[in-house]
Design a protein. Structure first.
Length: 125
């Protein structure tokens, strides 16, 4: 397989981890709701007054320590959320998987995708 094929396989693999806002709502109403981690860049996070309801802010630079402080079970579903480009969400998802979290997803479109789906936002406290 050439370089282009390898990139395509990796893209398909990561696409499987992406979850639509509607899918997140469905998962949230099930038996074990996911932990939603807001991994936006600190500057972008502070500039916005909103977040996806129930999201917990974690800093990617201190991810392991913040996860330990939160005490999230590695078997519990975890969804990462950032902005529309999903770059921080993807980085966080890769790190979570490498730390042994088994069910990790990325919210498609991040906060923008949530908003464009017409879903409510929560004011940060």
């Amino acid at each position: 397989m050439g370089a282009a094929g390898a990139v395509g396989v990796q893209r398909l693999r990561w696409n499987r981890l992406r979850m639509s806002p509607a899918d997140l709502l469905t998962l949230s109403s099930g038996g074990t709701p996911p932990v939603l981690l807001d991994v936006r860049d600190p500057v972008l996070y502070s500039a916005s007054p909103y977040r996806v309801p129930g999201a917990v802010r974690v800093d990617l630079e201190h991810l392991e320590a913040e996860l330990a402080a939160l005490g999230i079970d590695r078997a519990r579903p975890v969804v990462t959320c950032c902005i529309a480009d999903e770059r921080n969400s993807a980085r966080a998802a890769r790190r979570l998987l490498s730390l042994g979290y088994r069910d990790v997803r990325v919210l498609k479109g991040g906060l923008s995708g949530w908003t464009l789906a017409g879903l409510p936002l929560e004011t940060k406290r």
